[in-house]
Design a protein around this ligand. Sequence first.
Ligand SMILES: Cc1cc2nc3c(=O)[nH]c(=O)nc-3n(C[C@H](O)[C@H](O)[C@H](O)COP(=O)(O)O)c2cc1C
Length: 322
Amino acid sequence: MEWKTKITEMFGIKYPIIQGAYGGFGTSEIAAPVSAAGGLGIITAGALKTPEGLRKDIQKAKSLTDNPIGVNLTVGMCPHIDGMREVAIEEGISVVETAAFKGEEHGKRLQDAGVKWIHKVATVKHALIAEAQGVDAVVIVGMEGTGFKSIDQLPTLIAITWAAKQIKIPIIAAGGISDARSFLAALAMGAEGTYLGTAFMATQECPISEKHKQYMVSTRPDDRKLINKVLVPPDPKDLERVMKQKGQIPHSEWMSKLERLLLKEDPEEKQSFEIEEILKLAPASLAVSGIDDIPSVKELIDRIIRGAEEILTKGIFGSIRP
Ligand SMILES: Cc1cc2nc3c(=O)[nH]c(=O)nc-3n(C[C@H](O)[C@H](O)[C@H](O)COP(=O)(O)O)c2cc1C
């Protein structure tokens, strides 16, 4: 079956599957195998710490696959972000994702250099703003997903179907996608592509501890701690308190507080960028519902695609038979 969507066409990839960004460990080790298997692997610039580190990692990824690879610039968290952006352009990266905070300034520069600009948001409101700013495609992360939590975030099912009625540029769905059914459901909601963070963390290639991978296999999506971390939005009162501190304390300190709050952690504690600390901030999403073992990246992508093809060709939609 040919998996042609506006996103596969735009990015020049075989399957509408994109690997999520990971602060601390989103390097070529996970991005290259995803791209080699027909998805779009994303190198998280911040994980490489310096522009030269990013350059070396892009070159390493390119030595492993000829397929397109993306770069993520997490605004507010990625060090030397302007230099990182320029390295992505110089190294011929064809897709760059901005995330977290406003990415317009980077987006314009990227588009002028012929790079596709995608932006990741947590709400339909912000997706519409990104569309008005001229982004090429938008990633919308539903409530089931990890990462920055918004008090206005909606579940993936509602966010994507509602966005599809309003947004003209291609939408990439994220939040809780882990297997053939959730992949196909996202496309049925109107997405042109899917974006998987937690699911690619539970692969052999992902450079995190075996212990954390086993935690994802054994944790149920109705685990109380996980539900509290993922589904409960930040307290609006805490948000108001941190917002009031803007301009009153050094900007970097304020950003760090805001980031911690949006990741549902105590904003008054100091943030660390060690891998184990990042995994405490964002251990997994409700996508653990689809994680039963630790396959290779290629096995995971093949399972999703073959499973989706079987559903489409055999018509196994619940009890409905075409
Ligand atoms: C450990 C971890 C670190 C992450 N770091 C980043 C990051 O630095 N930048 C970013 O844009 N998203 C980051 N994310 C969010 C993912 O890229 C993605 O949006 C999210 O995992 C999608 O939801 P899912 O896990 O349900 O697939 C991170 C997620 C995890 C689990």
